[in-house]
Design a protein around this ligand. Structure first.
Ligand SMILES: [Zn+2]
Length: 369
């Protein structure tokens, strides 16, 4: 025994488990799109194959836990999927689907559209995006008591989600981030036509409280794309692309937790998250402005305390169609960490520190190194 030569406590850092919820779209009696009907398989089968293959690969990563809303040909309702995901405290929600082009002149489907796209929740005035959301939401009609469960939501009018969309806005930035990694992989690794990151009112995305995306792997109403997505090679390439994107996201977002082992206590180790609020030190970075990002939104909100859970010193910045909202402003990194703790206690649990140099956002890691 080393006895009193031991320090009274030891601090080690380890990565917190990152939970990915994979949601294979449709299932059971809800087949999803049948595509051109040249195949026995439909959207639900391809979604399940790719989902399980993706999960299998991700589960091999250290500190990553994969869960699914379904692993067989069953149909959990959209509401059950969302409830399940929230209960498991997933860090990321990925719903996997295949697309169908609505037909013109009374025809059920068209056959010219192709390519992969990824959706995040939002309001859309774009007709094509609305059609996709309508189709994916329409499974709600298959449920007997849908009016009760979906609280007046009309699958034919995704705009009726508006009140729910506000709840997801806190995660919009990160949802767009993972969506753009996915689209980049689809384009570069899978060589698919990149239809881009889009926003529309998907019910299942509106009820999950974490960054959430809905992936449309491609159009089963397009012969060539349907052949590709039904082939072993096609599924493998799409799986690999999704894996690369999710892995990149996890690498950048997995949180580390600090474990303080009290040697005086011979029972279990204590696991606590470090609280920086007591630190009085300051660490000034000249020419750098730190802020705490609270949320991102497609809506312009007044920077008043009543809109931000009582916080003052709120600033707003517009980039593209998105407004970002920040709390605090300082060149002192220690100080901004205290701001962050305050914001967290106010309920902005996913807020994070961002850095600006000459008015431009720069990666925090770059500044701190
Ligand atoms: Zn679908």
């Amino acid at each position: 025994m080393l006895g009193n030569e031991m320090p009274s406590s030891e601090i080690t850092k380890k990565r917190k488990e990152f939970v990915v919820m994979i949601d294979p779209g449709h299932g059971g009696s809800d087949t999803g799109t049948p595509g051109t009907r040249r195949y026995k398989t439909t959207e639900k089968d391809i979604a399940l194959d790719v989902s399980l293959a993706l999960g299998k690969k991700l589960a091999k990563l250290p500190n990553v836990k994969v869960i699914y809303t379904r692993t067989k040909d069953t149909y959990p309702t959209l509401n059950q999927r969302a409830v399940m995901t929230n209960k498991k405290k997933a860090d990321l929600f990925i719903s996997i689907h295949c697309n169908a082009q609505p037909g013109k002149n009374g025809k059920k489907f068209g056959s010219t559209a192709y390519g992969a796209e990824t959706f995040v929740l939002g309001l859309s005035n774009n007709k094509t995006n609305l059609e996709v959301a309508k189709r994916e939401n329409s499974v709600i009609f298959l449920e007997d008591n849908y009016e009760e469960v979906y609280e007046g939501f009309d699958p034919n009018s995704p705009e009726s989600l508006i009140s729910l969309i506000i709840l997801q806005e806190e995660y919009l930035d990160q949802s767009i981030e993972i969506a753009s990694y996915i689209q980049k992989e689809f384009k570069v690794t899978a060589k698919r036509r990149d239809r881009g990151v889009k926003q529309a009112g998907f019910w299942v995305l509106s009820k999950t409280y974490m960054p959430s995306v809905l992936v449309e792997l491609g159009f089963l109403t397009h012969r060539k794309e349907e052949d590709f997505l039904n082939s072993k090679r096609g599924k493998k390439i799409m799986t690999q692309s999704l894996y690369n994107a999710v892995k990149k996201y996890i690498d950048l977002h997995s949180k580390s937790i600090t474990i303080i082992t009290e040697n005086d206590i011979d029972t279990n180790d204590l696991e606590i998250e470090v609280d920086n609020t007591e630190t009085k030190a300051s660490k000034i970075y000249k020419g750098v402005t730190f802020k705490v990002q609270l949320s991102a939104s497609s809506k312009k909100i007044a920077t008043k305390p009543y809109n931000f859970k009582g916080l003052d010193q709120i600033s707003r910045e517009k980039s593209g169609n998105i407004f970002r909202y920040f709390y605090g402003e300082t060149s002192d990194y220690e100080e901004i960490k205290r701001f962050k703790e305050v914001a967290k206690r106010k309920g902005y649990t996913d807020c994070y520190v961002v850095a600006f140099k000459n008015g431009k956002k720069v990666p925090l890691r770059e500044v701190l190194n």
